[in-house]
Every structure is written in structure tokens, then in C-alpha cells.
Design a protein around this ligand. Structure first.
Ligand SMILES: [Cu+2]
Length: 279
């Protein structure tokens, strides 16, 4: 009889717990739906969960999301946050282009920004992400080594222009290329020094997509990338069929002077500056 009593009270507790869990799930729509966890960065009393769409951090442009929670797993609302990615190389350290951080609209807990990793990590050299947060007026720092993997197709490139300046150019769109006309967007930064990258305004990025496997043919109706309203450079790229495309690039400054890249001709099948797409 006693055992039965114990058993029923345990059952009652279990039912209560499971009901509670359901309540929590109903009250909190999952804001990270469609995102995959990259890694958790811990430093008492907080944990930051980093997310991307793919669950990876790759060489090139990355849209990165994160949530801050306390050790009990409660999400922290309306925290202020800033970050700085740094690569520790054998002979030097350097930063990369990145955005400021903002809350995803309609969310109090999901932060968002982008980072352009101009190179991948390797066995000896690695990226570190340091995130500063302010929770209830107190500052905290959480940092960790992050794994930045090489991209299978070239989506970002660094170059020195004929003006002697160093640049980072990264393709943002298309992430899902399709046959026909695609929007193409890119970010262009100049390297002020190893730790500071600033967006470049008023340049033109000329594109010439080619299929090297099919006599290097081109496609019609391409539009060069220019800045519309934002810091993003926007244009149109046409893929007249599926397969591997090399998007040859030439970068011109605001005075229409060529800084980097060569035209594709019968004698020159590729520019030294390009992005790659395969679908
Ligand atoms: Cu590096």
C-alpha cells in the first residue's frame, strides 16, 4: 500500500513536470527555428549560443546569430552586445570586416550580425571570437576559439589595388543560385590596418560570368554591382544553365579607375579576381 502511495505521488510529480514543460514550450516560440547551433561559449554566469543557417562558420561572408542565457538556461532579454573576431596566425594577428550587432526584429533575445572571414583556420592558426555584453548595466566578456572552415567555392577574396590599398571583397548573394537571372550582392572593405576594415563607397564591381567547361561562354543581361541604398553592392548575374560558373571581376574606384582584375578575352580566359558558383 505504501509503495502504491509513493508510486502515485511520483506519477503526480512527473505529470506536473511534463505539463509545466508543455506550458513553457507554448509560451516561448522558438526563435532559432531554421538555424543550427555552431557552438556555445561559456563564461560564468552566462552562456552564448552561436547559430548560423548551416551550423558552420565558413571562409567568406557569414550571417551569425546568438542568444545569451544564464546558467539555468533562462534567455537574457535586451542585452547590449558587441563583438570582435581576431585571427591568431603564426607571425601576426589580424581582424576582419564585421557588422555591429542588432536584435532580430520582433525578438528580445536573438542577436544578429555578419562576419567576413577572409581566410579559414588551420591546425596552427585559428580565429577567436570575443563578445562583450552588458546585462543589467554590468559588462561581461565571453570569448572562445571558433572553427572557420575553408569554403569549397571561392566567395571571398583579398587583393591589393593599383592604388596600393588592401581590400576584402565578399559575395553575399546568391546563396541559392538558380538558372536565369539572380540578384548578386557583395561587400567591399579596405584594410586600414591589421585590426580595422572600413566599407568602401562609390566603387563599381564589373562582372563577367563564364563557363570554363563550355568554351568559356558568357551569359546575357548581367548588371555590374553598384551601391544602391546600403553598404551592399548590388547587381544581376545570369546563369544560362546549371553547372560551374566563374564570375570574373574587375573593381573600379569612384573615378572609374581600374584597381584590380582583367577583362576576359580569347587570350585571357580568366580575371585574377573572381567568385565561383556551382549548382
Ligand atoms: Cu589570417
Amino acid at each position: 500500500m505504501k509503495i502504491l502511495k509513493y508510486f502515485s505521488s511520483i506519477m503526480l510529480i512527473l505529470i506536473t513536470i511534463s505539463c509545466k514543460k508543455d506550458d513553457i514550450n507554448i509560451n516561448l516560440p522558438n526563435e532559432t527555428d531554421g538555424l543550427k547551433l555552431v557552438q556555445s561559449i561559456k563564461n560564468d554566469p552566462f552562456i552564448i549560443d552561436l547559430y548560423t543557417v548551416s551550423g558552420k562558420l565558413e571562409q567568406g561572408y557569414n550571417e551569425v546569430f546568438f542568444q545569451i542565457k544564464d546558467v539555468e538556461g533562462h534567455l537574457i532579454e535586451n542585452a547590449q552586445a558587441s563583438w570582435s573576431p581576431i585571427m591568431h596566425m603564426m607571425d601576426k594577428s589580424h581582424a576582419c570586416p564585421y557588422s555591429s550587432i542588432s536584435l532580430v526584429s520582433d525578438s528580445k533575445t536573438l542577436h544578429k550580425g555578419f562576419i567576413v572571414f577572409q581566410m579559414a583556420g588551420n591546425d596552427m592558426e585559428y580565429w577567436e571570437l570575443s563578445i562583450n555584453i552588458i546585462v543589467q548595466e554590468s559588462p561581461y566578456n565571453l570569448s572562445a576559439k571558433i572553427n572557420v572552415i575553408p569554403a569549397s567555392k571561392k566567395r571571398a577574396t583579398t587583393f591589393t589595388g593599383s592604388d596600393g590599398k588592401k581590400y576584402v571583397l565578399a559575395m553575399v548573394q546568391p546563396t541559392q543560385p538558380k538558372e536565369g537571372l539572380n540578384s548578386i550582392t557583395a561587400l567591399l572593405y579596405t584594410m586600414e590596418n591589421m585590426m580595422s576594415f572600413i566599407p568602401v563607397n562609390g566603387y563599381t564591381i564589373k562582372i563577367d560570368p563564364r563557363m570554363p567547361s563550355m568554351e568559356n561562354h558568357s551569359s546575357p543581361n548581367n548588371e555590374n554591382l553598384t551601391q544602391k541604398s546600403t553598404s551592399f553592392y548590388e547587381g544581376k548575374v545570369a546563369f544560362s544553365m546549371t553547372g560551374y560558373w566563374k564570375i570574373n571581376l574587375q573593381v573600379f574606384n569612384e573615378a572609374a579607375e581600374l584597381l584590380k582584375g582583367e577583362p576576359v578575352t580569347n587570350e585571357n580566359e580568366s580575371s585574377s579576381l573572381f567568385f565561383e558558383v556551382e549548382f
